[in-house]
Design a protein around this ligand. Structure first.
Ligand SMILES: Nc1nc2c(ncn2[C@@H]2O[C@H](COP(=O)(O)OP(=O)(O)OP(=O)(O)O)[C@@H](O)[C@H]2O)c(=O)[nH]1
Ligand SMILES: [Mg+2]
Length: 191
């Protein structure tokens, strides 16, 4: 029997911080597929992901947890299904400064609904300090409306500890969903 693969997905809109989050926690130099950003209407940053991000974290068992980041732009949507296959759960990142972050949330949660299965996800909302609306309660309500029951927290993906917190919450969600893999995941926060 082949060994179980431990794989998580980071998804969310352009500029939400998927590449940044994986770089913040990966123990290897992250694999990136960045190109110069020509979609300045989508986000004013210099580069954007066109294929995937990849990083690794060692689990307490010594096994490798693989972190895959999706491109945010919908023109690369064909990559989302490829990357989502076999994933245990999803970190959905949202940028609260975007024009309609609740619509972004719905789009990415629905795109990964097969992996999420109602609960195997965590939502990290960025830039809440400068953009306090919508509130975390608004996010909870939007998720309830589409039948998804997952935690929503405010996150700065530039801070490693905050990304580790997102992962820990996701591990609990995976465990609570009855997947024994969830137990194997806890403890990555130890140095
Ligand atoms: N000021 C501020 N900047 C942030 C915050 N969170 C993330 N950023 C910045 O936002 C940018 C996010 O860029 P990426 O990590 O490339 O975003 P991405 O989700 O990978 O984007 P695509 O690959 O284009 O879909 C980085 O420059 C981060 O430093 C925040 O809370 N405040
Ligand atoms: Mg990226």
């Amino acid at each position: 029997m082949s060994e179980r693969e431990y794989k998580l997905i980071f998804t969310g809109s352009m500029g939400a911080g998927k590449t940044t989050a994986i770089a913040a926690v990966s123990e290897i130099a992250p694999v990136r597929t960045e190109v110069r950003n020509t979609d300045l209407a989508g986000h004013a940053k210099a580069t954007t992901t066109t294929g995937l991000d990849y990083g690794e974290v060692t689990l307490p068992s010594g096994q490798v947890l693989r972190l895959f980041g999706t491109p945010g732009q919908t023109r690369f949507q064909f990559m989302w299904d490829i990357l989502g296959r076999g994933a245990l759960g999803v970190v959905v990142l949202v940028d609260n400064s975007r024009p309609d972050p609740l619509a972004d949330l719905r789009d990415y949660v629905q795109a990964f609904s097969g992996v999420i299965g109602g609960s195997r996800a965590v939502v990290g909302v960025g830039r809440c300090d400068t953009h306090p609306w919508p509130t975390l309660d608004d996010y909870d309500g939007a998720l309830r409306d589409i039948g998804i029951n997952v935690p929503v927290i405010s996150t700065d993906v530039r801070e490693r500890e905050q990304v580790i917190t997102l992962l820990d919450i996701l591990f609990y969600q995976i465990e609570a969903a009855g997947d024994v893999a969830g137990q194997a995941l806890h403890g990555v926060s130890s140095p």
